[in-house]
Unconditional design. Sequence first.
Length: 460
Amino acid sequence: MKICCLGAGYVGGPTMAMIAYQCPDITVTVADINETRINAWNSDDLPVFEPGLDEVVKVARGRNLFFTTDKMKAIKEADIVFVSVGTPTKTYGAGAGKAADLKYIELCARDIAEVSEGPKIIVEKSTLPVRTAQGLKTVLEANSRPGIEFQVLSNPEFLAEGTAVEDLRNPDRVLIGGDEDSEAGREAIATLVSVYAKWIQPERIITTNLWSSELSKLVANAFLAQRISSINSISALCERTEANVDQVAFAIGKDSRIGPKFLKASVGFGGSCFQKDILNLVYLCGHFGLPEVADYWEQVIIMNDWQKSRFSQKIVSTLFNTVNGKRIAMFGFAFKKDTNDTRETAAMYVGRDLLDEQAVLAIHDPKVSTQQIFKDLKESETDAEGKPNSQIEICPDPYVAAKGAHGLAVMTEWDSFKDLDFKRIYDGMLKPAFVFDGRNILDHAKLREIGFEVYAIGKK
Ligand code: NAD
Ligand code: UGA
């Protein structure tokens, strides 16, 4: 069997690497139009940082896992084509700011139709609006050679960045949606099930109709993000009432009906998907004439935006209502630990707010590149005369970042931050020395003992 995947991003790369790793008898080719990305996948410096990924890729690459820019050849040879390209929020025209932009998906469908010489199973791996498979089928059928049959399946991905390899190795479930009403549809579902069954127990492989599968992905992300916005809303109430949000989360999470996961109050959720997928859900609800449902889910985003801006305002108000010219150390820039991904990271929004207030940012992140941070902050590294940006300094050493700072803001929950020598950091900072723990990961009692003024999310 030959598999091809269009899109070698955070999902396509790791997902296909795991399939190739677990199924040595299947040839897996990952194709992308981005040559730099493909070159990186073929090098020792993979474009995606994920714990354990290097090992998986090393075993399979060159054996039955290949990365290429020749998408047409890869599609032509494949029995199954996964589509794992981006589905960002539309920035133009109807639905701008909410609907998913499906132009990359449609381009893939047109490529598949153009080069296919025999039947293929097309798998939606990207996160898509419910009923996208209908459009895909139409484009495929209208553009392919006569007599060629395509079966479209939905197989959304549930991995989280930072734990992608473990999530792929041992997923809670694999979801496969297809045309359950036809023999050919059921056969296609069975073929994809047989791939995952090589390493995943059968009871974890769920099959549904196409629309349930497409919709379940959006709903799963909406429910997860909703929990974070719910606990973050309570964090604000805790700050007014002397309740402690971590204690409240622990107490409610002990109820097995609620459960303990995804109740960590924070500076706000980031990542490429929660916001875009909820906005997409909101758009769909509106499109299907359900404005009340749309408003309900939109509130998850509104609360998240408020949590991010509340954090920047707290920094400014605590630092005596001005951060003009003040150095603020930002620890962490990635949207969560163990990834180099910064898409929609809260650090970007808080950073931009502080730059607007004329602060000087000293940013330390163990994995995010300098270029990426400047890009996200919409700033250039040098001015017109080639002098370094005077408002932003990127510091590989966290102690250098904190030296001379008025405040230190923890933006990402990197484990390495917990082990830093905070006495040394305190000694290097201006006094009073403020810590704003946007992730509630530090030992606040110890910090206060050292002499820090500490602001934590959802705590007095
Ligand atoms: P990404 O931007 O990292 O990767 C997408 C890749 O597709 C890019 O490298 C791009 O060059 C490539 N591409 C675009 N058009 C192409 C074409 N015609 N042919 C071949 N390659 C093409 O995106 P991602 O994070 O991997 O997300 C992909 C999809 O998976 C999205 O729909 C996203 O919502 C979903 N998803 C993402 C995650 C995650 O953790 N990032 C998790 C689950 C689902
Ligand atoms: C999320 C989902 O967890 C995945 O199941 C899904 O496949 C993926 O989105 C997707 O569709 O892209 P991801 O965004 O990679 O995965 O990471 P999460 O662990 O979900 O974290 C998202 C954000 O929420 C991060 O900024 C994280 O710091 C924040 N978060 C998470 C909290 O603030 N509190 C929590 O309790 C949990």
